[in-house]
Ligand binder design. Structure first.
Ligand code: SAM
Length: 314
């Protein structure tokens, strides 16, 4: 459906949990404990997604926290994949648990995964994620590529002084692997704020670094590839290339709120409407319609949202 700024909203990012099995330095505080509570049941998620799909949401991405920690993920994917309007059903994951779950996820109807990977150096990966094992993620990537999924997206967040010396290595990864690599700009929100002032690196700077070593072919507006490379790369640049005017997304958080703009502090609790289909539908419609027009990250150098990505759903 169209919101009041005439944007077509067809994409819902659904956070299944705030828990994670990693503690990435720019995302989660070091000492935060995982909770045993599963806030929304799979039936709750299903109802919200079903009503949203009636309003034109046809693309769902499960995220978190780490979505593979949600115990009902496989049956939830199975239920959602049976909704006739949903034609793209994916997850964003750190890949730690993916290798073992990927067969079940595929059978349930998952169409694609995005794997977050910020370093190809085992020690550095371990430091950035505060404990992660790089090989586990690489094995998941290999397994994914053996299966007949849509093209794998690798999300790489570049931070100056942390992993910007690996930009060329990441592009090299696309030489042999048929993947879509996405360089993500660091956003000043949650733990990310601590790194923003000294660590932010723009899309243009990243591209210039790549150009020094690689002959680039532009294959679409924001998509490039190295000559003879099997994969491609692009940029997610909410700061240097603000894309609010074409934003097609709303978010459902693990607390049961709908969040129409990542960087606004406006959220609406949707759980009181779960038992009344018509009211739930009306509420989702109202929230989508009133999606804010833009964020103010560039002007304010700080998100108006006071939560971190793991609490919103990245
Ligand atoms: N656990 C899953 C994963 O690691 O992909 C899903 C959740 S994680 C919050 C999703 C994405 O958010 C990751 O790719 C991460 O790099 C990104 N992210 C977290 N904090 C960020 C920030 N301050 N700026 C930009 N991206 C951020």
């Amino acid at each position: 459906m169209l919101d009041k700024h005439s944007r077509c909203i067809n994409y819902m990012r659904v956070s299944l949990t705030n828990n994670c099995n990693l503690r990435c330095i720019y995302c989660m505080p070091k000492d935060i404990k995982n909770s045993c509570e599963q806030l929304l049941s799979k039936e709750d998620y299903f109802k919200i997604i079903r009503e949203s799909s009636k309003l034109g949401i046809n693309k769902i991405r499960f995220t978190g926290g780490e979505p593979l920690l949600y115990k009902d993920l496989v049956p939830l994917i199975s239920d959602v994949s049976n909704l006739s309007n949903i034609n793209d059903l994916s997850i964003t994951t750190n890949g730690i648990l993916l290798e073992n779950m990927i067969g079940d996820l595929k059978k349930a109807g998952l169409t694609r995964a995005n794997i977050s990977l910020d370093s190809m150096k085992p020690d550095r990966f371990n430091t950035i994620t505060r404990g992660g094992n790089l090989n586990t993620v690489l094995n998941s990537i290999d397994k994914y590529l053996e299966m007949n999924f849509k093209k794998l997206k690798i999300n790489t967040l570049i931070i100056k002084g942390i992993n910007d010396d690996e930009i060329a290595d990441f592009v090299n990864l696309t030489k042999e692997l048929p993947i879509s690599l996405r360089f993500i700009e660091l956003m000043p929100l949650g733990e990310g704020e601590k790194f923003y002032k000294n660590g932010f690196i723009s899309r243009r700077e990243i591209k210039n670094i790549i150009k020094e070593k690689t002959n680039l072919i532009k294959i679409d507006n924001n998509v490039y590839k190295g000559e003879n490379h099997k994969g491609d790369f692009s940029f997610i640049s909410p700061l240097s290339n603000r894309f609010c005017s074409s934003c097609n997304k709303i978010r459902l958080t693990a607390r049961g709120t709908l969040k129409p703009c990542l960087h606004s502090d406006i959220e609406y609790l949707i759980t009181p409407f779960l038992n009344e289909e018509a009211k739930l539908n009306e509420e989702v419609r109202r929230i989508i319609f009133n999606k804010p027009s833009t964020h103010y990250l560039n002007e304010e150098e700080k998100s108006r949202c006071s939560r971190s990505m793991f609490q919103i759903g990245g």
